[in-house]
Design a protein around this ligand. Sequence first.
Ligand code: HEM
Length: 211
Amino acid sequence: MKSATAPLAALTAKQIGGIKAAVFVLALVPLAKLVYLVFMGALVEPLQYITRNTGDWTLYFLCITLAITPLRRLAKWNWLLKLRRMLGLYAFFYGLLHFTTFLWFDHFFDVAEMLKDVAKRPFILVGFIAFVLLIPLAVTSTNAMVKRLGGKNWLWLHRLVYVIAPLGVLHYWWMKSAKHDLAQPMLFAGIVGVLLLLRVWWARQKAQKLP
Ligand code: HEM
């Protein structure tokens, strides 16, 4: 009997190419919307809005990237793997915009000012660590780098995302805890927690099956 997921499990290379192109364009919509709102002068506090919006999208893309493997395993849609690199790079891209906003538009590259801000709002340091850890993943995302590092080393390096996503949530949680508004950070902690626990569970199952 054919499973309900069969049609989506067996996509052609052309269909997968189409999905990839659609995801590529869709992932740029938040940026396009941001640019539009800025140029229309529609934002009351543009700097705050841009920082928060790009921070949100960094976290969303981290969660979406982490969701690929569980979705692929549960739905048996192996083609989802073909989207993972692009989605991870979008997490880095929005993280870079988020960081650049802080560095450039918030502090105009004034290091002393930035350090003062970090001392006042230490949650920024957690975000900074998460972003720095994202850099080697972005740099080694090409096929040439996979070859150069070797599959196993590459895989180990890319497991850094299991640290980056919780750091992103901690950064968000810490920021919101000062405002006693933890509903959203709790939601993301739950999402990241489930996505990571599923991996632990599968790894334990695999270990048990080994002779
Ligand atoms: C993986 C890296 C990062 C993630 C996932 C992330 C995510 C977020 C999120 C979700 C928010 C809250 C947005 C909201 O309130 O809706 C935020 C706020 C903020 N982030 Fe990040 N962030 C990251 C890296 C950084 C870095 C590198 C910096 C600067 C060095 C930074 C500085 C800030 C600041 C200053 C705010 C608060 C903005 C405000 O008070 O209006 N973040 N970030």
